[in-house]
Design a protein around this ligand. Structure first.
Ligand code: DGJ
Length: 706
């Protein structure tokens, strides 16, 4: 690439170098900081490949914006068409500029009437955010079929894919890229349980502490595809892109379309190194530091306690019990609004049900506040039940193709929020109930797949997703004191777009700690613990029927945005005491748990899930046995992120009530007596563990001895 146009971004000890020999820029280097003045054009020459027979004479292009028009035979980043049938683009670089932390590549094809502006921004945490805008600079309409912000090179074949299901979100699958492509497609109109837009690829055998890994995420809550594709010359690319309905994105002359942002980070220090980039990014950049100095209130949620069976008196009684336990926020979940007897009725009518709450929500909300708690409220503003006043009055306000029946989910449709009158009606109702009850928190839910995303005779999935964002933003602007939780049938809306406008993500409707430990570990790859909604559920899980001791449930929820979601009246005295103690423990540890560095640990027994939160004065280690142990006695747990020469005082924070039940002659440390260990030895040889049985979760606190 002699004479190439180049740009570099430097952040967090890394340089990302771009070079263009006339077309879209290629990523020619991403790694440890290059020397000042490094010759990027020379570096770019190293990326040239010998061309084998059997291919086009120039070989395959390998840049950040591949196009069919330049002979690229893999998935192009952009696919467009015009009414006269023209569809090819050959973008040429019009400008490559770098201004501090932002590089911008302007690409043009005047004949195709297309201008693409790719923007790369490097953040202090090391996360790179890439987006692209397409301008129709032609004289007629342009249809966009596919548009990815970028195609990232992936020299690796080992990866982690994100799958899942309702109550089984964030299921990780180790994958190996052979020939062809590994593709996840989400066509559910929400971020999804089964194909959320996350992917991690890396060096063979990468782990928590080792290997170069690249993590990517598309900040989008609608349909999307995640593509990891082997090209025919052996190289591979990654593209994450929104999915459009047929003919959905039609740009008039002069109009433009901007992709959602692609978030990418590269680490040479394995998966923990990746989280070391994403977590500070989320805290400081994505959320703008708005959780700083705002301890996450211990939450009580009414859902698994009472479901739809609620009224003012019963909720006040529940709130009183919650307050007595130390709860700081009481959230009235689904069931409070007009006609909501079950999931078949009421959505769309956002006023208090006159039978359950005859004086509105204010008496309950005021009592909750008088008890020293914040009041929170569940809403599902995008949905409408067939059986609702709103639907009866405006059946035309739903997303639908005229004259065509569509399947319902929970008896509900999706409101067409691209219609200003529908949005205004919902906003007005929300506004009124917020003024009446003055909640400090809204749980914003969305409980059905959006399959018929059509408005006014045309596909409208993208416009609907953006309208949802606009509605949330409008509610927030009108009520700046509100915190919002992003929820969609559990964790089907866990993404960075929602997190720019919310403070909490409801991780999963599964409160079973055995499953939750795994889900939370996967969730923590991209999200810090304080945004992860985690509740102590009932003894017998409502979604798995499995029983778990209170300690297992409480110690599993402890590290996230902690909460309780169970019928408090059904607790025995011992459980009530245990729960109050767990809440107190969480509060005492909270500043460290939510401000620290999360270091996931590896253990030879796959049934052990362990991690540490490293803070200024030591660390808190959690060890959970979620399956039957592989061996009679657990292997020691090799710790990380300790000072090798420092000696640590190690305390078991929650010694077992009857240690002899699982161990002969339990050692003193297994009964809670402090012990001392050298950092180097704890990292190399490991921390001896007590015998663990399924459901045991032990917490260790390590403090350096000065
Ligand atoms: C799905 C959510 O994930 C649950 O927590 C609960 O709010 C229900 N919806 C209410 O319908």
């Amino acid at each position: 690439m002699a004479g190439a146009a180049t740009a570099r971004l430097d952040a967090a000890g890394q340089t990302l170098a771009l070079a263009s020999s006339g077309g879209p820029p290629a990523l020619v280097y991403w790694g440890p900081t290059l020397p000042v003045g490094a010759d990027l054009a020379e570096i770019a020459t190293l990326t040239a490949r010998a061309v084998p027979h059997g291919m086009l004479d120039e070989g395959e292009t390998y840049d950040l914006f591949p196009e069919t028009g330049r002979g690229f035979a893999g998935r192009p980043a952009l696919q467009i068409s015009r009414a006269d049938g023209r569809f090819l683009t050959q973008l040429r670089l019009a400008d490559l500029a770098c201004d501090g932390a932002i590089a911008t590549a302007v690409l043009e094809d005047r004949a195709a009437g297309a201008r693409v502006t790719q923007r790369f921004e490097a953040f202090a945490s090391g996360v790179i955010v890439v987006s692209a805008r397409l301008d129709n600079i032609g004289a007629d309409a342009l249809c966009v079929h596919r548009f990815a912000p970028a195609a990232l090179p992936s020299p690796w074949r080992d990866g982690l894919r994100f799958g899942g299901r309702w109550t089984g979100e964030f299921a990780l699958e180790r994958a190996r890229l052979g020939h062809g492509a590994l593709v996840s497609e989400n066509r559910t109109g929400r971020t999804s349980h089964h194909a959320p837009p996350f992917l991690i690829v890396g060096e063979d055998g990468f782990g928590e502490a080792s290997g170069t890994v690249l993590g990517v995420h598309l900040g989008w809550s609608g349909d999307s595809e995640t593509v990891w594709e082997r090209l025919r010359d052996g190289r591979a690319q990654i593209q994450l892109a929104p999915l459009f309905g047929p003919g959905e994105i039609l740009l008039a002359p002069g109009a433009s379309f901007e992709t959602p942002p692609l978030y990418a980070a590269l680490s040479d220090a394995g998966l923990t190194g990746l989280s070391d980039r994403f977590h500070p990014f989320v805290r400081d950049a994505l959320m703008g530091g708005r959780l700083k100095g705002r301890p996450r209130p211990v939450t009580f949620n009414t859902w698994e306690a009472v479901y739809y069976q609620q009224d003012t008196a019963a909720m006040i009684a529940l709130a009183e019990q919650a307050a007595a336990l130390g709860v700081e926020r009481f959230v009235l979940d689904d069931g409070w609004f007009a006609g909501r007897r079950d999931d078949t009725a009421g959505l769309g009518d956002w006023r208090a049900d006159p039978h359950k709450h005859p004086h509105g929500l204010a008496p309950l909300a005021e009592r909750v506040r008088a008890l020293g708690m914040e009041f929170g409220l569940w809403v599902e503003p995008e949905s409408v039940n067939r059986d609702s006043d709103l639907f009866r009055a405006h059946p035309e306000w739903i997303l639908q193709e005229a004259g065509r029946d569509q399947p319902v989910g929970r008896g509900q449709y999706v409101l067409d929020l691209t219609r200003p009158e529908a949005t205004q009606a919902i906003f007005a109702q929300l506004n009124a109930i917020i003024r009446e009850a003055k909640p400090a928190f809204l749980k914003w839910d969305f409980n059905r797949d959006l399959t018929h995303a059509a408005s006014d005779g045309r596909p409208a999935g993208v416009a609907q997703t953006r309208a949802v964002y606009a509605l949330i933003d409008r509610v927030r602007a009108a009520h700046p004191q509100l915190e919002i939780e992003a929820c969609a049938s559990g964790g089907a809306r866990a993404d960075y777009a929602m997190l720019t406008r919310s403070e909490r993500i409801w991780t999963s409707d599964c409160n079973d700690p055995f499953d939750r430990q795994r889900q939370q570990r996967a969730f923590s790859l991209f999200f810090p613990p304080e945004v992860m909604g985690a509740h102590v559920g009932p003894r017998v899980s409502h979604t798995t029927d499995r029983s778990a001791a209170l300690e297992t449930r409480a110690m599993t929820a402890l590290f996230g945005h902690f909460g309780v979601e169970a019928d408090l009246a059904a607790l025995c005295e011992e459980e009530r005491r245990g729960l109050a103690e767990a809440i107190a423990l969480h509060k005492s540890l909270r500043p460290r748990l939510h401000g620290g560095r999360l270091v996931r640990l590896e253990h030879p027994d796959p049934g052990v899930i362990a991690f540490a939160v490293v803070h200024e004065a030591g660390q808190i280690v959690s060890v959970a046995q979620v399956d039957t142990p592989a061996f009679a006695a657990p292997a020691p747990l090799r710790l990380r992120a300790l000072a090798p020469q420092a000696r640590y005082r190690i305390a078991l924070l929650n010694p077992p009530a009857r240690p002899e039940a699982a161990m002969k002659n339990p050692p003193d440390w297994a009964k809670g007596a402090p012990r001392v260990g050298l950092g180097a030895a704890l990292m190399r040889e490991g921390l001896p563990l007590p015998v663990l049985r399924p459901g045991h979760v032990r917490l260790f606190e390590l403090e350096p001895i000065s």
